[in-house]
Design a protein around this ligand. Sequence first.
Ligand code: 8YV
Length: 322
Amino acid sequence: MTKIDVDLLVISEMRDYVQEQLDVRFRAHKLYEAPDADAMIAELGPSIRAVAAGSHRNVDTDLMDKLPNLEIVSNFGVGYDNVDAKSAGERGIIVTNTPDVLSDEVADTAIGLMINTVRELPQAEQFLRAGKWTSANYPLTPNTLREKRLGIAGLGRIGKSIAERAESFGLSIAYYGRSDQKIAYTYYDSLKALAENVDIIISVLPGGTATNKVYNEDVFKALGPDGTFINIGRGSTVDEDALIEALKNGTIRSAGLDVFDHEPHVPEALMALPNAVLLPHVGSGSVYTRNAMGQLLVDNLTNWFENGKPITPVAETPFSAK
Ligand code: 8YV
C-alpha cells in the first residue's frame, strides 16, 4: 500500500484496527492525544486536508475555519450530528459516514432491546441472581409481543432492517418519516399520529436541530399506558424529563434505551426506574461491525485522495447525487 501524501487530523480516538491503517496510509496526527489541542491545530491547521471524526469531538465551523485546506471529513458512525455537514457542504468540504455496514447489527440490537423491555428479561435475570426464585416465580409479564402493532420512527436502512425482522414476529408495522414511501406499511405523517396508532415505538431518528426533543409529553400520552418506547437513534430526540415522568406515572408502560442525551451520563432518575431497560450505546458494538465501519471510514479517505470519489458521502455534501 502506497503512502498518500496527505496530513490527516484524527480528532476522536479510533479503534487500533482503524488507526493502524490511517498511520500506514497517511501522516496521521492524533488531536485527542495532544497536550495542547489548540496549539496543534494552530501549527498544523493549514496543512490538514482530511479529518477522521467520531462522536467524541464535534466538527463545527470553528474547527473548519482553522483548517482552510480541509477537503474531507470521514466520520465513524452512520449518524453524523457531530459534524456540521451543512456548513461543510457550503464550503465544498465532503462529509462521509458509515451506512449499511451496521444496519443488521443495530437492527438486531433494537429487536433484542424491544423483547427485553416488553418481556422484562433483564429484570427477570436480576430476580434470579438475587436468589428470589427459590421463594417465588417471577410474575407473568403484563406485556407481550403477541397481537401488537409496532411503529418505526425513521424508516431508512436501519428502520427497514428492523421492519424485516419484526415481520417475522407477526407484528403489524407502521412508520413515521419525512415522506410516505408508498410501501405496504401504514404511514403516519407525525410522531403523535404514529404513537396513537401503535403499541410499541422503535425510534431510529437521527440527532440534530430538526429532531431535538421531538418525543415529548404529548407523544408519550398518545402512546398510552400500555405503550413501550424503544430508542436506538439519538438521545437528543427525547425530552428525558418528560420520559422519566411518563414512566413514573404510568403514562407509558416501559422504555428501552440504547442512547441518551448526555452520554455517557444517564440521569439517576432514569436508572432508578424498574420499567426502563438501559444499554450503554451498544447498537453497532460488535468487533465485526465496528471493524466494518472503520474500514469504510478509511476507504472513504483513500478513495477520495486516490480516485476523487468518496464512497458514502452524506446528503449535504457536494457529492450527494447518487
Ligand atoms: C456508533 C452510532 O457506534 O453509527 C452511529 O451513528 O450511533 C453508533 O453505531 C457510534 O457513532 C460510535 O461512536
